[in-house]
Structures are given as structure tokens and as C-alpha cells.
Design a protein around this ligand. Structure first.
Ligand code: 8YV
Length: 313
């Protein structure tokens, strides 16, 4: 019998990670198995699960895996993992922080600029041969505008750093005021939204932030306001957002994440004042490679009995 530990692949991850995993482990690819009995059949041997930021790893699911010791998440967000249930079963959880911070912050700025400066619309205008026939509409200035950041963690701070380069006036909201940070703090997203032109959501997902950006917050952002979300779709009340965009209660939105991916509300796809991307903020080759390496490093450390490089707190 092989001495390779057995792992359950519970999410779609890049082919280079699948290949690297297969060299070290016996990989049971759950998504490649239509048979609903598959998981329970391999469960007695499964010692680790590889998931991603979008995976749902419930207490019930973990209960079906009696031999599991580690859940390694390919992503920084682990809101889909029941960490408390894992802890109760002595299962460790790891994620991939830091390596994706720059890319996600870059993408937040890209979406903000794309919406405010109408980059996709301008591209379509040129391709459609409109140039020289009809004037392209004026766009909105980003440099010097007032930016609100919802969640000033690793990614929110990296967004602030970039926004400073654009001469933006930065303010933030978070569960509590951060020590040693000079940006104005507002206790709620709604208070923050009242003070800014543009709002970027960069907070954790899960029950604590579910629907945090609600109809009132969007109304407070106002008819010139732009919303960008690179966090989790669940943080924004999606129905309220569709309504706010449709009624011009806000000016536009740039969205990389949605409430139930890969489903995107048809209403959003039909609007011209939104820019939609397929949850790709961490999706550079460089960063996905670094994330894959961190997943492997955590698994390798675990099976070698070494301390885990990036356990979740
Ligand atoms: C996804 C993410 O994990 O890091 C996160 O929390 O949401 C992303 O990086 C990535 O799309 C992998 O599925």
C-alpha cells in the first residue's frame, strides 16, 4: 500500500496545484465525482481537505470525515468553513493570507477606475466605430475624491496605500477604531457612506457582515456614489444594490463578488453603470502560484509534524 497521505479536493484549484498535490498525496477529487456516495466511501482514509475561499465546509461535512486533521484553504477568506466545528474536532484550518493582498487591492482600484472613468464603455465605443460620430460622455474624477473603506485589514490597508497615491481623502469603518491610524473613523458603513464619494468593501464575509451594506447605506452614498466590492457578495444586500442602481440612488458599481456565485443577477448584467468581474481579484499567475505554494507548505508542514505556516487565528 502507498504511504502517501490521502486528501480530499473539495474545490476547483489551478491545474498546477492539482499536479503538485498528486505528486505528494493520493488526491480524491470530489468535484470530478458525480457519484454522491463517493465522499463517504473515501472518508475513512481522508486526512486533509483542500478547499477554497468559496467552499462551504460545514460541521455536518466534517462529521462525515472521521480521519480528517487539516483543512487547507486556497484563499484568504474562510467564511465558508465552520472553524469552530473544526476546532472542536481537533481539525486545524489554514488559509493563504498576505500573498494575495496586493492583487486584490490592485483590482479594487481597477474596478473603481473602470466604473468612474467608464473604461469598458469607452472600449466598446471605440470597437463599435462610434469615435468621430458621437461624443463620449464625461466621466468622473477619481484622483482627489473622497474614498470610504469598509474593513481596514490587510487588504483595506493596501487599498488605502494605493488611494493615497491618487491623492484621495480616505476614511474608514471597521468593528473598532484602529490604533495608530489617522484616517477618520466612522462607526457604521452608513455614517461613512454619508461622507464619501466612493466606497470600497474589503471586509470579511460570514454571518458577522451579512448584508452590512444595505439600502440605507447605499442611499447615504448618494446619486453620485460608486460602490466597489472585492470582499464577499454576502456583505452587500444584492437586491438593495440592484434597486439602488436601477433607480439611480447610486451612480455605479464595480463588483468582483456576488451573493451566489457564479450566478449574477440578470438585472446587473443589463446595466451600463456597472462593471462585473468573475471573482478574479487574486487571479494573477504570480499570486495563484504563491497561494498554491502556501497550500502545499501547510499540508507538508502538517504531515511532517512541523508548525503550520499560516493557521487561521
Ligand atoms: C478565492 C478569495 O479563494 O482569497 C479569497 O478569499 O476569495 C479568492 O482568492 C480564489 O478565487 C480561489 O477560489
Amino acid at each position: 500500500p502507498s504511504m502517501k497521505p490521502q486528501i480530499l479536493l473539495a474545490a476547483k484549484v489551478p491545474p498546477f496545484l492539482v499536479e503538485a498535490l498528486a505528486q505528494r498525496y493520493i488526491v480524491h477529487d470530489m468535484l470530478a465525482q458525480p457519484d454522491p456516495g463517493f465522499v463517504d466511501r473515501v472518508a475513512p482514509q481522508v486526512r486533509a481537505v483542500v478547499a477554497n475561499g468559496e467552499s462551504t465546509i460545514t460541521a455536518d461535512f466534517l462529521a462525515r470525515l472521521p480521519a480528517v486533521e487539516l483543512v487547507s484553504v486556497f484563499g484568504v477568506g474562510y467564511d465558508g468553513v465552520d472553524v469552530q466545528a473544526a476546532r472542536q474536532r481537533g481539525i486545524q484550518v489554514t488559509n493563504t493570507p498576505d500573498v494575495l493582498t496586493d492583487d486584490v487591492a490592485d483590482m479594487a482600484m481597477a474596478l473603481l477606475l473602470a466604473v468612474a472613468r467608464k473604461v469598458p464603455q469607452a472600449d466598446r465605443y471605440v470597437r463599435d466605430g462610434q469615435w468621430g460620430r458621437a461624443a463620449f460622455p464625461f466621466t468622473r474624477k477619481v484622483s482627489g475624491a473622497r474614498l470610504g473603506i469598509v474593513g481596514l485589514g490587510r487588504i483595506g490597508s493596501a487599498i488605502a496605500q494605493r488611494a493615497r497615491g491618487f491623492g484621495m481623502h480616505i476614511a474608514y469603518t471597521a468593528r473598532s477604531r484602529k490604533d495608530g491610524i489617522d484616517y477618520p473613523y466612522y462607526p457604521t458603513p452608513r455614517d461613512l457612506a454619508e461622507q464619501v464619494d466612493m466606497l470600497i468593501v474589503s471586509t470579511v464575509g460570514g454571518p458577522a457582515t451579512h448584508g452590512l451594506i444595505d439600502a440605507e447605506t447605499l442611499r447615504a452614498l448618494g446619486p453620485q456614489g460608486i460602490l466597489v466590492n472585492i470582499a464577499r457578495g454576502t456583505v452587500v444586500d444584492e437586491d438593495a444594490l440592484v434597486e439602488a442602481l436601477a433607480t439611480k440612488a447610486i451612480a455605479g458599481a464595480g463588483l468582483d463578488v456576488f451573493a451566489s456565485e457564479p450566478r449574477v443577477p440578470a438585472a446587473l448584467a443589463s446595466m451600463d453603470n456597472v462593471v462585473l468581474t468573475p471573482h478574479m481579484a487574486s487571479g494573477t499567475l504570480e499570486t495563484r502560484t504563491a497561494m498554491a505554494n502556501l497550500v502545499l507548505d501547510n499540508l507538508d508542514a502538517h504531515f511532517a509534524g512541523r508548525p503550520l505556516p499560516t493557521p487561521v487565528p
